[in-house]
Ligand binder design. Structure first.
Ligand code: BGC
Length: 920
């Protein structure tokens, strides 16, 4: 009895000790890291492209976590092995504050390999976190040889460049002896594809595989198709459209000629429950037809769908394909790399409904979606048997309410649906896209009165998340921010395009160069840009020349300010992400570009062409008013210096001291040339025209000697004043306007220009009805109507480049150190605004800056994510006091390292949430 009692007591003590030790252990554990990604921000990707990936994670927002002191990553081939038995890689505990872009140090990964991983971290006190949730990634087919017995398949196509391509349909039946454990479809096309298994559309992607320099590289896509398959008879079907590969692209009425014909290539790899692997590859056993319902589909011209050609069940088992033809097979080209797509494909992102329907011409009904958008229509309409429904598009309306389509130039941008039966149809095109706000419908069943619900707009763009927000007290400014975002959505359709509607839609490098910084604030487009930069590297000529459009389908001469996308974009990405990989990947391209500049400098006559300060208003260049007044030679030298300086900076970061030294010296010598050639002793330009852009480049690119800075700024301000306080800048000058004026103490002037409502200005276009960024400030005006239709896009993101400054100075968020490892919060309030709020999802987590300003106080709310620090600058006069959550902050308060400088309070802070108030 006694013993029993003692034993029970002992057991109780043991339990208490165990429980308290256990909970004490738990209590010390920090929350897990989260948002685990690989590469340029991919969450659990399949078909991933990189066999030596980077790992990133975010630390939990908690009072206990300021910094990461150490981390440990474990990776395994099966999730059940984690975290205890990582068979692929165990980083062990690494003392490092790196929580982003941590390189894989396991063995090089192979095609198809699936990796599960977890991470934990230790904070600044050495406390450990619990393990993160398990993340994973799976590689695609990394090399051509992985496609093994798969072949390109197609049906013969006409050699005549004027003949339209008729979309081809392919199918293959196959038997699976058991249920499927796991299955992947690896697929691509020379052209565009849509795949089906057992009648079900595979994935929700569009315009795949995308647009790359097809002679060098074609992207491949991986789909998890496990749940599409069943034991017994199965069918795979694929439709092939001409797309960018074979269609007409770039000022031509003919389709483009690429070595090699269109076709599809795929491998369906299945793992069955009985342990067997079954592979269905595109090969000579497939059958094809071009007698399917999509009769034509082109990027510029739209789609023709004839329901009379529908082949019910063509992509399901049991279909009689006797009258289908055997396919032709073509081998996989050795020199064209098949590589997993390294950014997300295009997808439907949102749906716009029509707000009004009108009938400007009898039988032609115009649906207004209320927003200029890019994508396709969806029709739910009644039709009569044999009817031809015509669907036309426009960004704007003529005065009489009919569609304004002149600005599409030769792009037909019209869809047709030919009906087989009477009744309601639900249809959307497959291999085209349009830039439009208005849809005109005719040819439907006229017994019915059109309803708004008949037409909706499916907005499509490359799949990325929004990662910034900016909102202010001013409705015009908010509209501008919205227009910038719509410009981004509309022109990030697989590649960055100049415009999405006319017979152009190409990857113009200059437009991309000026807009990239703004895009990176608004959306997580790192992988999008990294992928396009790969295309740029592939398109660079041996002598370093870069075509003005990427991918390029002909030889265009390189152009100054356009080619420099090669230096500017990687550099900008690095500022946003802190990932040196983007610098490494593109460094050689930059050096080659500089060599090209150097060689060009030595030539009698430059081969570097120039579009000048494209579309500067009030140009005096009568021969071509699109080229602004800024001296082309000056732009040439200014951008040369800019690119050399960026490359020198990058050389330093990459530890290439010799290059750095050489480039820096060279850069200094070029700056002297610039100063001697283009600035007189009064800081005045020596060129024929004294332009805003020339002064902006001189100041913005650091080309002015210190002794002349003040006078150059005065001269710049003079040019703006003489323009009646208006901008007079084109594509190259406009992005510099706000940051340069602001940097040199002219912030008030920036606000004046920004809030200007008369031509030319941002708000001017808004007052004329802009719901996107326009190619010209006056692409349309209520007074004068439409601008010259030969170049009149209503969706051109270039002038949206002001967005970067809006985030940095109206919102107040910028990076003091690359990747926001050190953040600068420095909003510049203005009397025109009573509040502004910006958020930015950095690689370390959410940054927020929100301010309110009234007569009595200035309030600033700030969020700084873990593993970063921040400098906060708050405008405040000497006598004004600063309060943080009720406490007076002053020099005595050491934690925030308070100081004052010239009307500004400067604080150094740790991660956390702050609410500051300056009492007036
Ligand atoms: C495009 C531009 C491009 C320009 C080059 C135009 O047709 O739309 O945005 O940069 O050509 O000058």
């Amino acid at each position: 009895m006694k013993l029993d009692f003692l034993f029970r007591q002992f057991r109780r003590i043991l339990i208490v000790v165990f429980v308290s030790v256990f909970f004490a252990g738990c209590a010390e554990k920090l929350q897990a890291p989260h948002d685990l990604t690989v590469g340029e921000g991919f969450t659990n990707p399949i078909g991933f492209y990189d066999s030596v990936p980077n790992f990133s994670w975010k630390l939990p927002v908690s009072e206990k976590v300021n910094f990461q002191f150490a981390y440990r990553i474990v990776a395994a081939s099966d999730s059940s092995l984690l975290p205890a038995k990582p068979d692929l890689w165990d980083s062990e505990k690494v003392v490092s504050d790196s929580s982003v872009w941590v390189k894989w140090k396991g063995a090089k990964l192979k095609s198809r390999e699936k990796v599960f991983w977890q991470v934990k971290f230790w904070n600044e006190n050495g406390d450990a976190s619990v393990w993160s949730k398990t993340a994973s990634f799976e590689l695609g087919l990394l090399r051509n040889k992985e496609w093994q017995n798969a072949k390109w398949i197609n049906l013969p196509v006409s050699d005549n460049l004027n003949d339209r391509f008729v979309p081809q349909y392919f199918r293959k039946d196959f038997l699976l002896e058991d249920s499927t454990e796991d299955a992947r479809l690896y697929i691509t096309a020379k052209g565009l594809f849509e795949a089906y298994i057992n009648g079900e559309r595979v994935g929700n992607t569009s315009m795949t595989p995308g647009w790359t320099p097809y002679k060098k590289r074609i992207e491949t896509i991986t789909y998890d198709v496990t749940h599409y398959l069943k034991k017994g008879e199965n069918t795979i079907g694929v439709v092939l459209g001409e797309g960018w590969y074979w269609g007409r692209i770039g000022y031509t009425n003919k389709r483009i000629r690429i070595d090699g014909e269109p076709g599809i290539l795929c491998r369906l790899e299945t793992e069955l429950a009985d342990g067997q692997n079954k592979i269905v590859a595109s090969d000579s056993e497939w059958k094809g037809t071009d007698k399917g319902p999509i009769r034509f589909s082109g990027i510029y011209d739209g789609e023709i769908y004839d329901a009379n050609f529908e082949m019910s069940g063509w992509n399901k088992p049991g279909f009689d394909a006797d009258n289908w033809e055997p396919v032709r097979t073509l081998p996989i080209d050795e020199e064209v790399q098949l590589q997993p797509k390294r950014h997300y494909p295009v997808r439907a992102q949102e749906v716009l409904s029509a707000s009004t329907v009108s009938e400007p011409e009898p039988g032609k009904f115009v649906f207004d979606l209320g927003q200029n958008m890019v994508g396709i229509p969806e029709l739910k309409i009644p039709v009569k048997k044999g009817a031809k429904v015509t669907v036309r598009f426009a960004e704007m309306l003529n005065e009489d309410g009919t569609l304004y389509t002149e600005n599409y130039r030769t792009a037909q941008s019209t869809d047709y649906y030919i009906s087989a039966n009477t009744g309601e149809i639900n249809w959307r095109p497959s291999f085209t896209f349009h830039g439009f706000r208005y849809v005109e419908l005719s040819g439907f069943d006229s017994d019915y009165k059109p309803r708004k619900s008949w037409v909706s707009g499916i907005v499509q763009h490359s799949d990325f998340n929004k990662n910034g927000t900016l909102h202010t007290s001013d409705t015009m400014l908010n509209r501008l921010q919205k227009n910038i975002i719509w410009g981004l959505k509309g022109n990030f359709l697989d590649i960055p395009t100049d415009c999405p509607q006319r017979d152009e839609r190409m990857g113009w490098t200059g437009d991309a160069q000026v807009f990239a910084p703004t895009s990176l604030f608004n959306a997580d487009v790192y992988s999008f840009w990294a992928s396009w930069l790969q295309s740029m590297r592939e398109e660079q000529a041996d002598d370093g020349a870069l075509p003005v459009i990427i991918p390029s389908n002909r030889t265009y001469k390189p152009s100054v300010g356009w080619a420099d996308a090669a230096t500017v974009i990687p550099w900008t990405i690095y500022q946003h992400t802190g990932d040196k990989n983007i610098l490494r990947e593109n460094y050689e391209m930059m050096l080659k570009l500089i060599r090209f500049y150097m060689a060009d400098n030595k030539r009698e006559k430059t081969v570097f062409s120039s579009f000048g300060d494209w579309l500067q208003p009030f140009s005096h260049q009568l021969k071509d008013t699109r080229r602004g007044d800024t001296s082309v030679e000056l732009i040439h030298l200014a951008y040369f210096i800019r690119s050399v300086e960026i490359t020198a900076n990058i050389a330093r970061i990459l530890g290439r001291q010799e290059d750095d030294h050489e480039l820096s010296e060279f850069c200094d010598s070029l700056k002297l040339v610039f100063q001697n050639k283009y600035l007189d002793t009064n800081g005045k330009l020596t060129t024929e025209y004294e332009t805003q852009t020339a002064y902006l480049m001189a100041l913005g690119f650091g080309l002015v000697p210190d002794s002349l800075v003040n006078t150059v700024v005065e001269n710049l301000v003079g040019t703006i004043e003489r323009a009646n306080k208006h901008l007079q800048t084109g594509f190259l000058g406009t992005p510099l306007l706000a940051p340069v004026l602001d940097e040199f103490g002219q912030t008030e002037l920036v606000y004046e220009l920004l809030f200007e409502e008369t031509y030319p200005s941002w708000f001017y276009s808004i007052n004329q009805g802009a719901t996107t960024m326009w190619e010209r400030w006056n692409s349309y005006s209520k007074e004068d109507g439409f601008g010259d239709a030969s170049m009149n896009s209503f969706n051109h993101y270039a002038y949206g480049a002001i967005g970067e400054w809006m985030y940095k100075r109206i919102g107040g968020i910028s990076a003091l150190e690359p990747g926001y490892k050190k953040i600068l919060i420095a909003p510049m309030p203005d009397k025109r605004l009573s509040f502004a709020e910006a958020t930015y999802e950095s690689v370390y987590g959410l940054i927020k800056s929100k301010w309110e300003n009234d007569n009595n106080r200035f309030k600033l709310e700030v969020t700084i994510p873990p593993n970063t620090t921040a400098e906060i600058r708050i405008p405040a006069d000497e006598e004004q006091r600063l309060i943080e959550k009720g406490n007076l902050i002053s020099e005595q308060q050491t934690e925030m390292r308070f100081s004052r400088n010239d009307g500004t309070i400067i604080l150094q802070v740790l991660p956390g949430n702050y609410v500051f108030e300056v009492l007036k």
